[in-house]
Design a protein around this ligand. Sequence first.
Ligand SMILES: Cc1cc2nc3c(=O)[nH]c(=O)nc-3n(C[C@H](O)[C@H](O)[C@H](O)COP(=O)(O)O)c2cc1C
Length: 343
Amino acid sequence: MLYDRVLRPLLFSLPAEKAHNLTMAQLKALQGHALGRALLRNWAGPISPQPVQAMGLTFAHPVGLAAGLDKNAEAVRGFFALGFSHVEVGTLTPRPQPGNPLPRLFRLPSDQAIINRMGFNNHGAESAAARLAERDPAWGIVGGNVGKNKDTPNDRAEEDYIRAMQALAGKVDYYTVNISSPNTPGLRDLQHEAALKTLLDSVATENKRTQPIPLAVKMAPDLTKDEVQNMARIAATCGFQGIIATNTTIDRGGLRTSAEAVTAMGAGGLSGRPLAQRSTRVIEWVREAVGDHLAVIGVGGVFTAQDVLDKRNAGADLVQVYTGFVYQGPGMVGQLQTAWKND
Ligand SMILES: Cc1cc2nc3c(=O)[nH]c(=O)nc-3n(C[C@H](O)[C@H](O)[C@H](O)COP(=O)(O)O)c2cc1C
């Protein structure tokens, strides 16, 4: 109610990235005090325990926050107070980088969608790790989503992934290897067979060197069935535990927003409702390829209880949300969680 009637209209009256920064500033302020956290918990509503085992970890329930909203691990405590069972921070690169020039974030309200070309703007993995050092045992699961810096060539990409992992070691419960953002030139080429094997093998070897934690790889939705299934099998062979399906799409088909407005927004990844079916199909393909050998985290256009059930029926063990949270606000976590349970 408060979000629908007051906060969303207010936030949506601001340019998208300003609204994002304002929301993060509010969450950071609220999470610092017991009263603020109680307010957030109250706002989110009741969350009932509904443990899910996935990737060898126990999640309090199936609904988590997707990567990209809290890139720098600044409001993790606040997001847990809002009821998420897990928060995936990042994408974090080894060195800080500013990302693409503004504007780089656009809303498409008639499609309940977002287009972004943020370009891995982040403070660097070490700075996020320092924030996560204050971790509270009451928190849920924290995922560390890692990527490469824009100026690192693909043939040296693995060094970046490994450096980012090393910085986050001991601070996160699983790593996600992000090779599916459309906003770092050439990044998605790492999804191709030879490059993928080399990268995932190096990451798995590094992970084994110290205290191993579960590994997931995040896929683009713009791959063919063969490509998806090949990727999933390679991830399983390299010893990964999970697939995150999916990142944003570069496709612009079937939108209600005028073609002119969409063209004016320019390049970037599209997320939200228009992505839902496409990402659900990728979940099905992954499940068909790897059976129960890998956990699948379904992400893309989750807004309603039905969306959650669609992902679950396609084979997802967990779901994550980003765009749905922007459009629907904090009450959604409890609603989605209940759907999983009650069906
Ligand atoms: C503004 C924005 C920034 C994002 N940044 C990242 C990122 O840094 N790393 C990543 O793996 N995914 C990123 N994503 C993708 C989301 O994690 C998610 O996979 C995608 O948006 C689909 O889910 P949704 O429809 O619920 O938003 C970003 C999405 C948005 C909208």
